[in-house]
Design a protein around this ligand. Structure first.
Ligand SMILES: Cc1cc2nc3c(=O)[nH]c(=O)nc-3n(C[C@H](O)[C@H](O)[C@H](O)COP(=O)(O)OP(=O)(O)OC[C@H]3O[C@@H](n4cnc5c(N)ncnc54)[C@H](O)[C@@H]3O)c2cc1C
Length: 296
């Protein structure tokens, strides 16, 4: 199918993009990589009257890796982030998770901010940004405002962004050097949206004792879920403490509400999520130990 008729605008500045959004209200949508919006328009699941293409806005294309944070502008493609050696060193979980996002041709067009703004509960990047305590920088008619990831994702395809705002950039604070990370998911085929996914960041001391952990899950509720209770269940445990790992998985399962569909039942998704939580914690913990050796 072809999309319904729409007007196409191609501003070259953020101000121009915001003016275009402001003058068309709910009728306008930002077009970034088009990898979700265009298929939805072709299927007539979305019928925006106006598309505001932000890919020619130079100032939104910045990918900045600093000592304290990584900043990803709205125009930065997923593949650019995945291939950046600086990003891989600062936040390896981005590359670990991006490997699961569709296929390379999709990532060569799709943007990181587009995936986060789209807020598909099955998507990898929203869960990763949540685990990393990322900060969304929204630009709107009144200026910029910052929204913590924990307050950003509201429900299916719904975020804290207003219709006249765009997600200008995502700022992700760098965890301390010693933290290891892992992103794991189960999909029916590589590149498919997953049945469930887990982003884990873990800090382990020299005695394999867990000093810090952050966990977020995708695909198991109407928005990505930060598994705070599960994080608490691991406090003081060692990486080899099977009981604590099982308690963390059970706590994570209690906080999720997966759907049943043609791909899997809710029960199966819960089961998968629990297994992935345990595996992701151990893998991230082992990587923490490796990183500790290299920073000594
Ligand atoms: C075959 C296929 C398989 C895929 N598999 C996966 C997968 O496994 N995992 C996954 O996560 N994704 C997957 N995707 C989606 C892909 O990651 C998209 O690139 C991503 O969801 C949207 O990014 P985009 O830049 O293409 O945004 P667009 O498609 O351009 O926009 C998506 C939505 O976000 C809004 N938007 C975009 N950027 C901004 C912004 N800066 N500010 C405000 N609103 C904005 C748009 O208005 C629109 O509503 C797949 C896509 C395809 C076609």
């Amino acid at each position: 199918m072809k999309p319904a008729t729409f007007e196409y605008m191609r501003p070259e500045t953020t101000r121009g993009a915001l003016d275009a959004l402001a003058s068309h209200g709910d009728e306008a949508r930002v077009l970034a990589g088009g990898q979700s919006l265009v298929p939805m328009m072709n299927l007539r699941l979305a019928r925006p009257a106006v598309l505001v293409d932000i890919t020619h806005v130079q100032e939104l294309r910045e990918l900045r890796v600093c000592a304290d944070a990584v900043t990803i502008g709205a125009g930065v493609r997923q593949l650019a982030v995945e291939r950046s050696a600086d990003v891989a060193a600062a936040l390896p979980i981005l590359r670990q998770g991006l490997a699961y996002v569709g296929h390379a041709p999709i990532r060569s067009r799709g943007t990181v901010c587009g995936s986060v703004a789209h807020a598909d509960p099955l998507a990898e990047l929203p869960a990763i940004v949540l685990a990393l305590d990322g900060v969304m920088v929204a630009a709107g008619p009144a200026g910029r405002r910052e929204i913590a990831a924990a307050d950003f994702f509201r429900s299916y395809y719904t975020t804290a962004l207003e219709p006249d705002e765009l997600l200008a950039e995502i700022r992700i604070p760098r965890p301390p050097e010693r933290w290891g990370s892992a992103f794991l998911e189960l999909a029916r085929r590589h590149g498919d949206f997953a049945l469930a996914g887990v982003a884990a960041l873990v800090d382990v001391d020299d005695d394999r004792r867990i000093r810090g952990v952050r966990l977020a899950l995708s695909g198991v509720a109407e928005a990505p879920v930060r598994a705070v209770e599960a994080e608490g269940a691991l406090s003081g445990a060692t990486l080899d403490d099977g009981q604590a790992l099982r308690a963390a998985a059970d706590a994570a399962i209690r906080t999720i509400d997966p759907m049943s569909d043609v791909h899997a039942t809710s029960e199966f998704r819960r089961e998968v999520a629990g297994v992935l939580v345990r595996r992701a914690i151990v893998l991230a913990g082992e990587r923490s130990i490796e990183r500790a050796k290299s920073v000594r």
